[in-house]
Design a protein around this ligand. Sequence first.
Ligand code: SAH
Ligand code: SF4
Length: 361
Amino acid sequence: MPAASRLNLAELDVLELEGALESRGHQRFHARQLFRWIYRRGIVDFEKMTDLSKDLRARLAQEFEVVTPKVESDLRSADGTRKFVLELADHRCIEAVFIPDTPAMTFCISTQVGCAMGCGFCLTGKMGLVRHLTAGEIAGQVRALAAATGLLDHPFNIVLMGMGEPLHNYDNTMKALRMLHDANGLSVSPRRVTLSTVGIVPGLQRLAHEPLMPNLAISLHATTDEQRSELVPPNRKYPLADILETCRNFPLKRRSRITFEYVMLAGVNDTAEDARRLARLLSGIKAKVNLIPLNPAPGIPFERPSDERVDRFAQILADRYLTVSVRKSRGQDIRAACGQLIVEGGTKKSAAQQMALLIGS
Ligand code: SAH
Ligand code: SF4
């Protein structure tokens, strides 16, 4: 059979895989075995799946394939962060980042090639949307990174903070989370997943009813509609009041909070007044704030504020009983910005406490 007509198993959840096997005259229970090989062992070559008969392996290889994003480059930062450029079947490339932090390892993955949202400070936004990623490509990044870092057997966190707006590619993103959650595969708990969004209100409302609900991070970045509509264009359709109202009603698990991300742009949104307004906007919401001093780049018409200015902003929030973290510029030498340092109410926490605050609960 020519390769083009083989079905790509990376796009199927376990139920779909059972159906695909059955419709080709195979036993349904092989789906679980295949999931274990593909997700838990990182094996995609049917010939190596030694608990299947030789005959079955040969037939599967004729009928199916498992497409995995290919590691095109793997850049290591001095601080241990690794940025992967992954090549997809159509030769388009995406980025995914590995952050080796305590208490758990984190993979930062993409949901689209490019992004349609057009935030003025974001390099991905400059690309525009090239295309959505499929569910298999989103989950495939985790398979590729877990294999490359030797973490298939270890717990890890996932943040949807790479390229793209996850709620603009809702169905594929949620299907990928279901595939990663499957107990036959990597068993990733939704508590270990954080979805970051600019706040597409209908998407947030759908998310509120998901059985597998990830932690939520809202990219706020501004405290007035006038300024936010400039920096984050979707705000024109979904203004601050609507987003914050949706957050207020969002069903949170016990002890969990919504993270509000705030990219700090020197002289633009980093004043004491902005900080006080931000604290007022978030009152009544179980919130924590993640300040992200801008990572400057050519073509981005903004500058990073001084550390003193960032600290002053953080202190104003902490004085108002908000938990504040400041994202450390990690992996800057390889342009992979992730990883954070937390100040809560002005006190420094241990690295393990910091990560526990950020990800998880
Ligand atoms: N589209 C989603 C998720 C991907 S962007 C979202 O915007 O939330 C992940 C985070 O990186 C967002 O909070 C975004 O604002 C931030 N970011 C984008 N460009 C940045 C830059 N130049 N410097 C620092 N953070 C940036
Ligand atoms: Fe960048 Fe996120 Fe804005 Fe898209 S939504 S342009 S990825 S910051």
